[in-house]
Design a protein around this ligand. Sequence first.
Ligand SMILES: Nc1ncnc2c1ncn2[C@@H]1O[C@H](COP(=O)(O)OP(=O)(O)OP(=O)(O)O)[C@@H](O)[C@H]1O
Length: 256
Amino acid sequence: MAIDPSREPIVVVDDLHIIYRVYGSTSGGKGTAATAMLRMVKRESGPQVKEIHAVKGVSFVAYRGDAIGVIGTNGSGKSTLLKAIAGLLPPHRGGVYTDGQPSLLGVNAALMKDLSGSRNIILGCLAMGMTMEETREKYDEIVEFAGLKAGFIDYPMSTYSSGMGARLRFAIAAARTHDVMLIDEALATGDAKFKQRSQAKINELRKDAGAVFLVAHSMDVIEETCNRVIWLDDGRMRMDGDPAEVIEAYISATTK
Ligand SMILES: Nc1ncnc2c1ncn2[C@@H]1O[C@H](COP(=O)(O)OP(=O)(O)OP(=O)(O)O)[C@@H](O)[C@H]1O
């Protein structure tokens, strides 16, 4: 794989294969004692292992300052690719090399739904490696950016709508710069005003972050936020390049 010597590589994905193993039985049903019994009666062997090859030999290099949109139809492997870059899924073959710590928005923030929003801000910031002092300094900014309705910051997160939860998670994740920032559909749940603010925030973070990856189904969001787009098709890289070009090719291929 060629690496541009004039730019600083942040993420190198080299012939990456990710395979999920799903345990099931030929008789169907969940893996309960009853299905195990049924299997014995039918003299079937152990549960069948089904393999789902979600990412099939993807290779690319992300450079410092890149904001890469990842597009593709449902089930094409976008979320899987992001999880693999975050180090949450082991490669079956190939590898992912990152310069710095990747943060998958929402997962790394390790929020707990029984705790209030304000407690989760503290928890999330500490989980991202910030000190208590840095957390205190950023607290008001996070609350303001999340822009929840009055009082909600003291309520348990279980009382939040999915959009409110996403706003708070985004606000927490955006409180510090990340070496590699991975955002999965975070902008899909916010309202128009929040989308605008979060796009501006991503652009701001992009200046300091190593690289930003964004999975979204809205092509407008991708086109406005990213300088490069990767199109995944059934786990394979179909195109990697200029947003306008890749999006046009993707739309014409999927609307045929
Ligand atoms: N935890 C899992 N266990 C087994 N198979 C999985 C798991 N997660 C995803 N898959 C499978 O891997 C493939 C890729 O899924 P993935 O979620 O990465 O796609 P996606 O492009 O993000 O889809 P979407 O646009 O619907 O979010 C699909 O065939 C899916 O069924």
